[in-house]
Design a protein. Structure first.
Lengths: 553, 926
C-alpha cells in the first residue's frame, strides 16, 4: 500500500474513480492498451507499473483471463458436491475450452452448482436451458429457503419507506451521544467474523479530524459457502442502505461506499435500484429530511479477489491500488480510504442498525448470549435437506440448526466446514457441543466466522479438501507477507505430492508451516488457514496418517 | 471476511485508555526507556543494537511495511501475561509492555520463514555480487538455517537478467518480494516506475509497462538498487559488493543540494558510489549524477599535462614551463597596462578554499577587483536582492524545513531535474496534496502534481508576483504584527501595489487572475509558507527585482524567521554559495565585506599583508566587453567554460580571441580551453579535499578519495604555485589550514573548524563556539528591518527590440541526465540516457510549421541560429519553446542574447526572441 497512491487516487476520489476507470477500460478493450495506460497515468498522476500491477491482481481483469465468456463456480460447496466436471462438460458443447473460466464462489451453495454467463448467475441446473440463456437475457432467479429461529431482525419483512423515514427522523432528533449510547447498549459486534464492536469504530472515526469521512460496506462476501450477505443485498437492500446512512450520521461521514463482489451481478443491480429509490424518497442525498445531514452513495463493483474482503485490502482496491493488506496502525478509522477516516463494516452488521435505532439497544441486547448479542444469519449448503438462509438468535445450539432447521443431511456427512475457508472443520461428532455464538465456537477450537456451513461428505477425501484449502489460499494470497505467499503454495505442493505420489509429509515440517502461517501472517488469510487444517489433523488423523511419515507423531 | 484482520484488539488504540504512565517498556524482562511513538523494532534496535532483531523488508528511509515478518517478537501487556506474536516493525511500543525478542517460538518462526524464502532463491551465494553483503545471507546465518526441508516445487529461478540500462541492472531470480525497491521508487524518488504485479506466489516486480529498465520511465536514481537487500536490483558498478579496499565519505560535485556520497575505492580506483543513510542532506538518496556519473574522473579525455599555445597550437609542456610563461606574461601585462587589465573568473565547482585562494590571488597578488564567478550568470540577482531586502544573500532556511511547511511556492525552478534530491522531496510534498504553487512557463514535473500551476509567459515574473501581492493586500491577509515590528516601507509599497491595473497584468502574464488570486491567498493563509526559486527568477532583465518581490511576499505574510518558511534560492552549482561567500565578486571580498570601502579595505590589507585595491572591478559580461574593447588583456579561468555556457557565443569567442593571455584551469579541453594560451590540468572533486557550501549554507567536507590523476594538480595548489611564483608567500594547498585562515576573515565562518565539521557539516553563520544556524533572521534581520521594495513590470528589451521579427520565445532549461555544459556528464554513460539537446515545442506551433516529433528545427535569433531536434510536447504553451545547452554540438548560446539583469548583470537566458522553421539539418547519428 502506498500512501502517495492513496492521496493521488483521492484527488479524483469516488467521482472518476481509478479502480472503476481500470475496470471499465479493461472491459471495453479486453487488455490495457499502451495509449489507455498513458491516458490514465497522466490523468491520475500514477505510474504505468501501478496500473499493470493493479490489473494483473484481479481475476476478472488480468490479461491471462481475458476472453472468458462463462465462469463455473469452483467454491468449496461445489467442490464437495463434485458437480464441477459435469457442468464444465456440458458447457463445452456451447463454448470453447478457453472461453470457460472459474469463479469462487457464486453464492449458490444451496444448489451446489452454479455458473455465470453474460453478467448473470445461474444455478447448475440452468445448463439445461443453455440455448435459451444464450439467446435471450433471461435471468433464472434462485430460490432458497429463508427461515427464522428466535427473533427476526434481519429477515423481518421490509416495513416500507415511511417506517424507515420515521426511524431516521427520530435519530436526527436525538443528540449524537444518545445514539451512541443506544449502540453501546446493543453491544452489536461486527458480523464479518472479527466481532469488533461497531460503536468504537464509528466513534473513533467521528473523532478523527478529516475533510471527509467514509462508511464502507464490505459486501465482498468471498467465503465459499456463504451467501447470507447476498441474501441481505438482494432481499433486504433497504436495511443495508439505511444502516449505512445511520452509520454515516453517527460517524459524521458524508459518503457511503458499497463494495460488492463482481460475482454477484444481481446484488449490484438491486442495490443500484434501491439507492435510486431511496434518493427519490429523500432518505439519501443532500440535507436528508431537512436534518442538515447529507449522505451520498457510491457502488464499487469488485473484480475478483478474495483478499478484498479484508478491510484494508478493500480500501486499497477502491483506490485502484493493488489490494495488498495494510499494516495497522493506522486503523481505517484514523486513516482509511484516501487516507481519510473510514469505517468499514460488513453487510450484516450494518443491516442490524435500523432495528437497533428503531427498537432500542436493549431490545437487541436481550437477544443472544452474554457476549454475543442479537441474531446471526446462517447459510446452509445443498447437502442439507433444507438448504437456505436461517436467522437464529445468538447461542442457538448447532444441533438445532443442523437437524431441525436444516432438516439433517441428504447424504452421509463426516464434517462441516463452518465460517468460511478459514473457519473450523467441525466433525459431526461435535455438533452437540456447539452453540452458534462467537465464544462457544472459539472455546471448542473452531470459529463462528460468517457462519456459513459447507458439508464434507463421508466419501470425500480429507486430504483433497485440505489441498483445496491450501490451493484456495495460494490462489487468493495477496502475496505481500512471506508466510502466506510462500507457505500456502508449499503446503499445497506437499499435500498434492502426498496425495498423488508415494511422497510422505514430514509431520514436523507441516506443523512448522502451520505455526508460521498462524503466527507469522500479516492477515487472517494466511493466519486462519491452519485452523481447519489442524482440526482435520486432530479429528481425521486416522484417515490422514497414510500421507505422513510414520516415524514421527 | 472482515475476520481476515488478525489483531482484532484495537480498543487500546482507539480509546486511548491505556495512556502510558511511565515511559519504559521491557525487553526480555529488562526495563528500557521508551521514545514517544516509536515502533517495537526501533525501540529494541536502539537499545540492543541494529541486528538484535533481524528483518528483511525494513529499511532506514522507508515506512514500516510488514511483509517479511522476520522481525516478529512476542508481546505481553503484563508480566507473565499471555503473549501474542507481532511484527515489531509496525507495532507501536507501548509503555509497560513486555517484549520478548528471542524466545524459542520466535527463533523457530524466523527460521521457518527464511526456510520458505530459500525454497525460491538461487543458492549461488559464493558467486553472487553481494556475497557477504547480502541481507538474506546475513539473516539466514543469524537464524541458523541449514537445510530446506520442502520438496522441490514451483520457483522463479529462471527469470532473466535485465542488462538493458547503462547503470541499473536486475536479476529477479534473486528477488525475495520485500517490496523495498517498489517503496523506494515511491516513497523516496516518487517515480512509481516499479510495482508488484500478479498476486500470491506469482507476484513479481515489474518496471513501467512491464519492460526493462532502459525502456521504462526510470530516472536512474538508484534508490531501488540501494534499497534491495539482495542483488535482485543492482547497478553496473556492483555498488553492494564488498570488494572495496575503503569507503570514503565526501560531497557531490554536481548541484547545490550537496548530497553526501560514500565512495568505494579498490586498487586506487573508484569502484562505486552509494548514499549514506545518516546524511542530513540526502538521507540515503541521491540522483543518477551523484551516484553513477563519476567515470569522467579518469576518462581518457582528461588533460594530464599543461598545454601552451605555440604557433597557434596547444602543445604539452611542463608545469615549470607553464608557470614561467604565465608569470612572465602576467607581470608584463601588469607593468604595461596596470593590474586592471587582468581578470579572473573563479569556479563554483571548486572548493571554498580554492575560491578563497583565487580571489586572494587576483586581489592580493595581481592587485585588482576584477574577480567574478559563475554566480554572475545564475544567482547574482538572488544575492543582491536578498541582501537588499533582508541583509543576507543566502537561503533563509533549510530543505529539511519542508517537513514543517504547509505551503510551498516554487518559482522558476525545475527541481526534479536540476536539484533531483530536493526535487524528489518537493514531489513527495506535492503528491500528498499539501499546497504547492508552481510559477513556471513550463509544465514541469512538479507542476503536474501542484495545487496551482501559474504558467506565465516567460519574462513576466514581476507582473505575476505583483498580482499576488495585490490580492494579498486587497484581501487583507497580511501579517500586520510582523509588518509593524519587523519591516519598513510597507505603507508606500502598499499604495504602489494597489495602484496597479490587475487586468493589464493578467494580459501581460497570460495567467487567469482568479487562479492567481487563489494561489496568492493559499500562500498567504498557510500557517507556514516556504518559497523556493531558481534561475527562472534570476536569469531575466528584472531578475533582482523578482527576488525582491519574492522577499516582499515573505515579509508581507510574515513567513520569515522560523521553521518551514522563508525565501530559499535553489543554488545551481555545488559551491556557488561558497564561491560568493569567499569573495569571488568584484564588489565584495571574502565574507561579503565591501571591497570598495577604503576603511574596510584596511582590514583586508592587514589580513593579506599587502596592498589591496578598492577600485571598481569588472563583472563577467563587463570583462568580455573590456576584452573586445582592448582594455582587458589577460583572463584567468578556473574551471569555467564561458564559451559554451555564457550567452551570445560569438561575442564571447570574440572576447577570448582578443586576449593576450587566456589561462584555463580545466579537467577537459572545453570549448573555452580551445582558445586558451595556457591550459593547466586541474583535479576533480574526487581527487582533492576542501569544503563545499550547499544551497542551505551548509559547509560540508569534501574528502580526497583518490590521488589526482598523474600530471594533474588540485586547482588550489595551482593557484598557490602561481601566487608564490609571482612573489606572494602562500603555503601549499591544505584544506584544514586554509579553512583556519578563512575563519579569521569571513565573519560567518568564525567558528568553522575542519575537524568539527563532522559528517554533516555546519550551516553558517557559525559562532566562535561552533554553534551553527539553521534559520536566518529569527530575531532580527541582518540589515535591521526587512525592507519592502516595489517594482513595476518592464518588458525585456530583447522582446521590445526583436519581438516583432522573432515572434517565438525560447527559454533555456536543464535536463536531469546532464549537468550544465555537460563537460563531466557527457563523459559518463549518462550520454547513453540523453544523447542530445532537443527543442520542446507545443503541438499547435509544430503543426503550424509542419514539424513532427523528431524533425530538425532551425531556431534563429538576431545573434545566430542552431539546429535542434523537435520534441513536440504540451509542457510549453504555444509561442514558447525550450531547450538546453548541454551539448557543444548544438551550442545553444549562439542564439542567446546580451540582455542582462539591470542590477546584477545576470544574463537573460530565459527570454530569447527567435523564429523557427523546419530545417534540412541532419539528425545527429550516434
Amino acid at each position: 500500500m502506498s500512501k502517495n497512491l492513496s492521496y493521488l487516487s483521492g484527488r479524483k476520489g469516488l467521482g472518476r474513480n481509478l479502480f472503476e476507470e481500470l475496470g471499465n477500460t479493461v472491459q471495453k478493450t479486453g487488455l490495457l492498451q499502451d495509449d489507455e495506460i498513458e491516458r490514465i497515468r497522466k490523468d491520475f498522476l500514477v505510474g504505468k507499473a501501478n496500473l499493470h500491477g493493479t490489473v494483473s491482481f484481479y481475476d476478472f481483469l488480468k490479461p491471462e483471463n481475458q476472453g472468458k465468456k462463462v465462469y463455473v463456480c469452483n467454491g468449496s460447496a461445489c467442490l464437495c458436491a463434485g458437480t464441477q466436471p459435469a457442468l464444465k462438460e456440458k458447457l463445452l458443447s456451447h463454448f470453447r475450452e478457453q472461453e470457460i473460466g472459474e469463479m469462487c464462489c457464486l453464492g449458490r451453495c444451496h444448489e451446489n452448482a452454479a455458473f455465470q454467463y453474460g453478467g448473470r448467475n445461474f444455478s447448475g441446473n440452468a445448463i439445461e436451458k443453455m440455448d435459451e440463456i444464450l439467446k435471450s437475457d433471461i435471468s433464472v432467479e434462485d430460490d432458497y429457503k429463508v427461515g427464522v429461529f428466535g427473533t427476526a431482525i434481519l429477515t423481518r419483512p421490509f416495513p416500507g419507506l415511511e417506517a424507515y423515514k420515521s426511524i431516521l427522523k427520530s435519530c436526527f432528533q436525538k443528540p449524537i451521544t444518545e445514539l451512541f449510547e443506544v449502540l453501546k447498549i446493543s453491544r452489536l459486534r461486527g458480523r464479518g467474523g472479527a466481532g469488533f464492536p461497531i460503536s468504537i469504530k464509528l466513534e473513533s472515526c467521528r473523532n478523527t479530524p478529516g475533510v471527509q469521512r467514509f462508511i464502507v460496506c464490505n459486501a465482498d462476501e468471498g467465503d465459499p459457502g456463504a451467501y447470507s450477505d447476498r441474501y441481505l443485498l438482494e432481499k433486504q437492500p433497504y436495511a443495508v442502505l439505511l444502516g449505512m446512512v445511520i452509520a454515516g450520521y453517527l460517524a459524521d461521514a458524508q459518503m457511503g461506499v458499497v463494495y460488492i463482489r463482481g460475482e454477484y451481478p444481481e446484488s449490484i443491480s438491486i442495490i443500484e435500484k434501491t439507492i435510486a429509490e431511496m434518493v427519490r424518497h429523500e432518505l439519501i442525498g443532500e440535507d436528508i429530511l431537512g436534518s442538515g445531514f447529507s449522505f451520498h452513495f457510491k457502488i464499487i463493483k469488485a473484480q475478483g479477489a478474495y483478499i478484498c474482503g479484508e478491510e484494508t485490502a478493500l480500501l486499497s482496491s477502491i483506490e485502484g491500488q493493488r489490494p495488498e493488506v495494510r499494516i495497522r496502525p493506522p486503523y481505517p478509522a484514523q486513516q482509511g480510504l484516501f487516507n481519510l477516516p473510514t469505517v468499514v463494516n460488513n453487510v450484516e452488521t450494518l443491516a442490524n442498525l435500523p432495528f437497533i435505532m428503531d427498537q432500542g439497544g436493549d431490545a437487541f441486547a436481550k437477544i443472544g448470549t452474554l457476549k454475543s448479542k442479537g441474531t446471526k444469519l446462517i447459510s446452509l449448503d445443498g447437502y442439507f435437506r433444507n438448504p437456505g438462509i436461517y436467522e437464529v438468535d445468538m447461542g442457538t445450539p448447532l444441533s438445532k440448526v443442523v437437524h431441525e432447521l436444516g432438516g439433517g443431511f441428504k447424504k452421509a456427512v463426516k464434517a462441516m466446514h463452518i465460517g468460511g475457508p478459514l473457519g473450523g472443520l467441525v466433525p459431526v461428532t461435535k455438533i452437540d457441543d456447539l452453540r452458534l455464538d462467537f465464544e462457544s465456537f472459539s472455546q471448542e477450537g473452531f470459529l463462528l466466522g460468517h457462519a456459513s456451513i459447507i458439508c464434507i461428505p463421508e466419501n470425500f477425501p480429507m486430504i483433497l479438501y485440505l489441498e483445496h484449502l491450501f490451493e484456495f489460499t495460494a490462489h487468493e494470497s495477496c502475496g505481500k507477507c512471506f508466510p502466506c505467499r510462500l507457505g500456502s503454495t508449499r503446503g499445497k505442493e506437499m499435500l498434492h505430492k502426498a496425495r498423488t505420489s508415494d511422497y510422505l509429509i514430514d509431520r514436523k515440517l507441516m506443523y512448522d508451516l502451520l505455526e508460521t502461517l498462524e503466527i507469522g501472517s500479516l492477515c487472517m488469510l494466511g493466519g486462519g488457514l491452519p485452523l481447519p487444517v489442524k482440526n482435520a489433523l486432530e479429528y481425521f488423523g486416522e484417515e490422514l496418517k497414510m500421507y505422513f511419515k510414520s516415524d514421527q507423531n | 471476511m472482515e475476520k481476515l484482520r488478525k489483531d482484532t484488539d484495537m480498543s487500546h488504540q482507539l480509546n486511548g485508555k491505556r495512556e502510558p504512565k511511565s515511559k519504559t517498556a521491557y525487553i526480555n524482562d529488562r526495563a528500557y526507556v521508551l521514545q514517544e511513538g516509536e515502533t517495537i523494532l526501533s525501540f529494541v534496535s536502539r537499545h540492543l543494537g541494529k541486528s538484535s532483531v533481524p528483518t528483511l523488508c525494513d529499511a532506514p528511509n522507508l515506512e514500516p511495511f510488514g511483509s517479511c515478518r522476520v522481525c516478529s517478537v512476542e508481546l505481553a501487556l503484563q508480566p507473565q501475561g499471555n503473549t501474542k506474536t507481532v511484527a515489531s516493525c509496525h507495532t507501536p511500543a507501548l509503555a509497560d509492555s513486555y517484549i520478548y525478542t528471542d524466545t524459542e517460538k520466535i527463533s523457530r518462526l524466523r527460521k521457518n520463514i527464511i526456510e520458505l524464502v530459500l525454497t525460491d532463491h538461487p543458492l549461488d551465494c559464493l558467486t553472487c555480487e553481494v556475497n557477504n553483503n547480502c541481507e538474506l545471507q546475513t539473516v539466514a546465518a543469524q537464524v541458523g538455517i541449514r537445510t530446506v526441508r520442502y520438496p522441490e516445487g514451483k520457483n522463479h529461478l529462471d527469470r532473466e537478467k535485465d542488462l538493458s540500462h547503462p547503470y541499473m541492472t536486475s536479476d529477479f531470480s534473486k528477488c525475495i518480494n520485500c517490496f523495498r525497491c517498489v517503496r523506494a521508487c515511491d516513497e523516496v524518488q516518487g517515480e512509481f516506475v516499479l510495482s508488484m504485479a500478479g498476486r500470491g506466489f506469482d507476484s513479481h516486480i515489474i518496471k513501467s509497462n512491464n519492460t526493462n529498465f532502459m525502456e521504462s520511465d526510470c530516472v536512474s536514481c538508484g534508490a531501488c538498487a540501494q534499497a534491495c537487500p539482495t542483488s535482485a536490483i543492482s547497478d553496473v558498478f556492483e555498488s553492494k559488493s564488498v570488494v572495496a579496499d575503503k569507503k570514503i565519505r565526501t560531497v557531490c560535485t554536481y548541484c547545490g543540494v550537496g548530497c553526501n556520497l560514500e565512495v568505494a575505492v579498490k586498487d586506487g580506483k573508484i569502484k562505486s558510489i552509494q548514499a549514506p543513510y545518516d546524511a542530513d542532506v540526502n538521507q540515503g538518496h541521491t540522483c543518477l549524477k551523484g551516484r553513477f556519473a563519476f567515470s569522467f574522473y579518469n576518462h581518457p579525455d582528461r588533460i594530464k599535462k599543461p598545454l601552451i599555445r605555440k604557433n597557434g597550437v596547444l602543445e604539452p609542456a611542463s608545469w615549470e614551463e607553464a608557470y614561467d610563461y604565465i608569470a612572465e606574461k602576467l607581470t608584463a601585462i601588469k607593468q604595461q597596462f596596470g593590474p586592471d587589465a587582468i581578470a579572473g573568473i573563479s569556479s563554483a565547482r571548486c572548493s571554498n578554499e580554492e575560491n578563497y585562494l583565487m580571489q586572494k590571488f587576483i586581489r592580493a597578488v595581481i592587485g585588482t577587483n576584477n574577480i567574478d564567478c559563475c554566480a554572475r550568470v545564475c544567482h547574482s540577482p538572488t544575492a543582491l536582492g536578498m541582501q537588499k531586502a533582508f541583509g543576507t544573500g543566502a537561503a533563509t532556511n533549510s530543505i529539511d524545513d519542508l517537513k514543517y511547511a504547509d505551503c510551498i511556492l516554487v518559482i522558476g525552478a525545475n527541481p526534479t531535474d536540476a536539484h533531483p534530491v530536493t526535487g524528489a522531496k518537493m514531489k513527495q510534498f506535492a503528491m500528498k496534496g499539501r499546497t504547492t504553487i508552481v510559477i513556471d512557463p513550463r509544465k514541469t514535473e512538479l507542476a503536474r502534481f501542484a495545487t496551482f500551476h501559474l504558467q506565465l509567459k516567460p519574462g513576466t515574473n514581476v507582473a505575476l508576483l505583483n498580482m499576488m501581492l495585490y490580492y494579498i493586500i486587497q484581501e487583507n491577509v497580511i501579517a500586520k504584527d510582523f509588518i509593524e515590528s519587523r519591516t519598513e516601507g510597507f505603507e508606500e509599497f502598499k499604495e504602489q501595489i494597489l495602484r496597479l491595473d490587475i487586468d493589464q497584468l493578467e494580459s501581460i502574464t497570460g495567467v487567469d487572475k482568479h487562479l492567481v488570486k487563489q494561489a496568492a491567498l493559499a500562500y498567504a493563509k498557510s500557517p507556514n509558507a516556504m518559497s523556493f526559486h531558481g534561475l527562472g527568477v534570476t536569469e531575466h532583465t528584472q531578475g533582482t527585482y523578482t527576488v525582491m518581490l519574492i522577499a516582499d511576499l515573505a515579509l508581507i505574510t510574515g513567513n520569515i524567521g522560523r521553521k518551514g518558511v522563508g525565501v530559499n534560492p535553489l543554488r545551481g552549482q555545488n559551491n556557488v554559495q561558497g564561491a560568493a561567500d569567499m569573495g569571488c565578486q568584484p564588489h565584495q571580498g571574502a565574507g561579503y565585506l565591501n571591497a570598495y570601502d577604503p576603511e574596510i579595505n584596511k582590514q583586508y590589507e592587514a589580513f593579506y599583508k599587502t596592498k589591496i585595491p578598492f577600485s571598481k572591478g569588472l563583472k563577467i559580461p563587463e570583462m568580455f566587453e573590456a576584452s573586445i574593447a582592448g582594455n582587458l588583456k589577460a583572463l584567468w579561468l578556473m574551471g569555467e567554460d564561458v564559451v559554451q555556457t555564457d550567452p551570445n557565443t560569438h561575442k564571447v569567442i570574440a572576447a577570448m580571441e582578443n586576449l593576450d593571455l587566456l589561462v584555463v584551469q580545466e579537467l577537459f579541453l572545453t570549448e573555452t580551453a580551445k582558445y586558451a594560451h595556457v591550459v593547466l590540468p586541474g583535479a576533480s572533486f574526487l581527487e582533492k579535499s576542501g569544503t563545499f557550501t550547499n544551497g542551505e549554507r551548509r559547509i560540508q567536507r569534501v574528502q580526497k578519495v583518490v590521488e589526482p590523476l598523474e600530471g594533474t594538480k588540485s586547482d588550489g595548489q595551482i593557484i598557490v604555485d602561481i601566487m608564490n611564483r609571482m612573489g606572494y608567500a602562500q603555503p601549499d594547498y591544505d584544506a584544514e589550514t586554509l579553512l583556519e585562515e578563512i575563519s579569521q576573515i569571513v565573519p560567518f565562518f568564525r567558528g568553522v573548524k575542519w575537524q568539527e565539521l563532522g559528517d554533516n557539516g555546519k550551516q553558517w553563520p557559525v559562532q566562535v563556539d561552533g554553534t551553527d544556524t539553521k534559520i536566518l533572521h529569527a530575531q532580527a534581520f541582518n540589515r535591521g528591518k526587512g525592507k519592502f521594495h516595489f517594482f513595476d513590470f518592464q518588458e525585456s528589451q530583447e522582446l521590445v527590440k526583436h519581438g516583432q521579427e522573432y515572434p517565438y520565445i525560447i527559454t533555456t532549461n536543464r535536463e536531469l541526465e546532464h549537468y550544465n555544459a555537460g563537460t563531466m556528464t557527457r563523459r559518463t554513460k549518462n550520454v547513453e540516457l540523453l544523447t542530445e539537446d532537443s527543442l520542446m515545442i507545443h503541438p499547435e506551433d509544430a503543426q503550424r510549421h509542419f514539424i513532427q516529433d523528431g524533425d530538425m528545427v532551425c531556431v534563429e535569433s538576431p545573434r545566430g541560429k542552431v539546429d535542434l531536434k523537435a520534441k513536440v510536447s504540451d509542457e510549453v504553451k504555444p509561442g514558447v519553446l525550450s531547450s538546453t545547452f548541454h551539448f557543444p554540438e548544438v551550442m545553444l548560446n549562439k542564439i542567446t542574447s546580451d540582455e542582462h539583469d539591470t542590477e546584477a548583470k545576470c544574463p537573460e537566458y530565459k527570454v530569447v526572441a527567435v523564429n523557427i522553421r523546419k530545417s534540412k539539418g541532419k539528425q545527429k547519428v550516434r
